[in-house]
Design a protein around this ligand. Sequence first.
Ligand code: SF4
Length: 412
Amino acid sequence: MSTRAGMPRPEVRPTDQPPEGAVSADAQPMLSFTPKRRGKAPTHLVDLDLAARKKALTDLGLPAFRADQLSRHYFDRFTVDLQQMPDIPASMRDAIASLLPSLVEPVITQRADEGMTLKHLWRLFDGATVESVLMRYPQRTTLCVSSQAGCGMACPFCATGQMGLSRNLSTAEIIDQVRQAQFACRTGELSGGPTRLTNIVFMGMGEPLANYKAVIAALHRLIDPSPEGFGMSARHITVSTVGLVPAIDKLAREGLPVTLAISLHAPDDDLRDELIPVNSRWKVAELLDAARRYFLATGRRVSIEYALIKDMNDHVRRAKLLADELNARGKGWAHVNPIPLNPTPGTIWTASTRRAQNAFLATLRDNGISTSIRDTRGSDIDGACGQLATAVKDSHRSAELNTLEGNKRANE
Ligand code: SF4
């Protein structure tokens, strides 16, 4: 079906029952906040905070201090192999194994950018598949993680959005993507030899703020120092959202100064209603107000992601409107990352011309907006989320991955 703007709409995904929290509007794709699958991953040691890990150990009849040892193996040595833990007595290993179920198994690994990019397709305990992408840059190494299997936000240009929401990932399913990336970095799986994982972006499959509880616990595991977690810098962690306004405000109150990235893609409701179905619930003005509040609460400059789509959202007048909307809320609080859409075979979505990109950027800059444009990373391996899982190109996510890198530099 075509829209007023000439875009094909995704098929409305049938649901067994009206999903809790679902948003629908005439001729709008159905958003879903309710997973299709109810199954929960088995509880894993890193679903729990350190105090709960100690309790889990004592419940097994083992000393609480073993929780510290196991946590250090996980968060410092990146191992879950009990055979590689000489300080854990052999007599305890069977009992402890129940707290270390294998949750995230590699299915496919692809390399690109001369070995500087690794993309993994993972199989979860119930057969669901998710992806992560590890990218090495001169000054840092970044992992893009998935937070849901599929996504319920139904963005029409996104492969993952067309899959629908299968289920939320558990904290441990998110964190084990990171542990395995840490291990890959340490053992030199990326070109250039051993390195350290420095940055995490929640820009893989799913809308992170729709899986709020597990994502917040995952942020703690990332940031809290060992043996509680990996001890990474909050400044080097980015959470992306299409605009769940109440969850943005909640995140601002968590005391975790991570970077917030807003996938905006249009500065006006007419167009954003078409591009981002959740805009039917929270409009551009509400979203930018929330983003500004996030900046005020955390001091972290917000990233505004803007995939440039030919003749769709790449007009100079829209660049001016975006600049006006940002300036109306203050100076210097947001950085805009425009990125030309990477064309998806078989669809009408195409990248803006170079001329249109330049005009868009120039308009932002002329109006005092900090902005930078990025090339895509890993495009030769379907570098965007949902592509391995669906075998469909999804250039939007690839764009997000790379534009985010630009903003992270700006924030550093
Ligand atoms: S663009 Fe992001 S929020 Fe939208 S459907 Fe894709 S994964 Fe979900």
